[in-house]
Design a protein around this ligand. Sequence first.
Ligand code: LMR
Length: 393
Amino acid sequence: MLSNLQPQAPDKILMLIEEFKADTRQGKIDLGVGVYKDPQGVTPVMRAVKAAEQRIWETQTTKAYTGLAGEADYRNAMARMVLADVPADRLASVASVGGTGAIRQALELARLANPEVRVFVSDPTWPNHLSIMKFMGLPFTEYRYFDSETRGVDFDGMKADIAKAGKGDIVLLHGCCHNPTGANLTLDQWSEVVAVLEKSGAIPLIDLAYQGFGDGLDADAEATRLVARSLPEVLIAASCSKNFGIYRERTGILMALAENTSARDLAQGSMAYLNRQNFSFPPDHGARIVSTILTDDALRADWAAELEEVRNTMLGLRDQLASELRDLSGSDRFDFIARHRGMFSRLGATPEQVQKLKTDAAIYMVGDSRLNIAGLNRDTVPVLARAIIDAGI
Ligand code: LMR
């Protein structure tokens, strides 16, 4: 039976990790997978995470099963972090296996509720969104998003395309720090998106994987909060991988805002059911780290301060890269790098130019020219800037 299996296309982002490891050149630079690295090139365990783990180790008395939806402490703390004002009478939530698990469960939930569901996704989007939908056999359409001239958002195109989503369809939106482009909507534009969805009855699914990496913990959630306040039904998939630096703990949450309490109860039951079908109980260790931090004033303050350091480091690198490129190119055509937010920017280079960066300068980025800003440091920024110019970008 197993010999009948077909080889699967490797994930392009994950493949880069292996290619980079195998490269023996000195001074190689990894700008591929979205993992934060400090100026020493290390992905650190955050101080508050260490402290929370120690506290858990000292006080935890059992590792018996948690609930199918995960622990209420975790879900409440996350709902407060994301939504600030939590409409408890409308909110269903389950802990998930990372942000990816929340996306998968959200799509499963949408299909359970509407077998005819279509999903509208930005062009481009995180490749795994597409891969999951293809695997599930879910029909999807891309809406215009990235303007390759300005490297900003093609907002008129986006509005026209998402208006084609009908009642009961899903429109997948990146809550902040768009992956892979780094180009984001303003709050005013989010209000216009809300108006389009209000009219059509399509349901937003917000992927919030980088809260705290763009303009700040609260600022990055503003769009999600606006949507949650304005529309009767909203799905939110949030990840703790990046902002808590607990990538391998697989900590995420799926939240569903329903029209009323009885619809909320139906959603809650279906979401717990989906957890049971897919993996039974969600992982607890990462969730417990997060709830320990978010419910303790001192730990929370220390975590928030470290997250700000991470965010400001990335902003500093953006400014430095834009300024080096301004000098080298004698133009402002790379200023979009300073305007983008989050871990990523899409350079707008051709696949050949991306390949040239790899071959000539041992600089690795995703083939669509997405670069991970957090893979840089003050010393490697000038190296990258020079290589970008040399590659004719
Ligand atoms: C990324 O986009 O690089 C991250 O979200 C990691 C991943 O799983 O692809």
